[in-house]
Ligand binder design. Sequence first.
Ligand code: ZN
Length: 282
Amino acid sequence: MELLKDNVWIKRGNTNVGIFKTNKVTYVIDTGSSVKFAKELLSEIGDKQKVVLNTHSHADHIQGNVLFEKNGAKIYANELEVPFIRNPALESLCLYGANPPKVLHLSFYLAKPSDAMPFESEAISSECEIVSLPGHSPGMTGIKINRVIFCGDAYFGKNILEKYSYPYLVNVKKFLASLEILQDLDVDLYVPSHGNPTPDPHSDIEETKIAVQKFVNVVFKTLKEPLYVEILCEKVSKKMSITLNNGTFYLFRSFISSILSYLEESKEIVEIKPGMWTSSKI
Ligand SMILES: [Zn+2]
């Protein structure tokens, strides 16, 4: 664990976790991407009563919830994320659109259930400010403490964008609006879940915006010919040199589908047959 600022700590991992120690309670922002990580975290933060604040419900942020729950911790998240944390099978159900194939039952997609509740101001210190940053997931939330903001997956650094090839999101418009909110915050330090804490995230936020715009443009251009969604995914992944496997295909399809509804809203594309989209400006 490293101290970031008065009583605010980080434990770095595949998914960074925040820690805020008050006199009575230790707040933990996300619980990491593995039970092993969460065990280490538990042993490092000591015996005080713990409260978990999840930024969102993706498996790599909540894998340790079950361990914290066994340890008596209460778990809170945005009300739109709570059903997914309580029943993580919904995550795969949404990705696939039906009872999912076995690849989406792997732990990468599926955490163990825990009894999360919607954020309640009475139960959480007023020093923990809840900042709504939707787009990456429906109820993505940043947690601001002592002028440090734990951003969850509201933006990604250049290295992460290079590693994962695209900024996963479910709502383009909200994701872009959340980037603006992030930039306007009056804080001293930004802590993304994947990447390094920084006082100035400007270039990473810009890279994230550019990456989103690049995919929006490629999808639009590719739809000069009418295409079914899955053929579109294949063409865009080839153009952008993205290798998909049986599981990541469904994440990518979800990402591309969010771009389709964004372009539909701005009247740039139309669905000309069920499941087939094309530019409206031919
Ligand atoms: Zn995420």
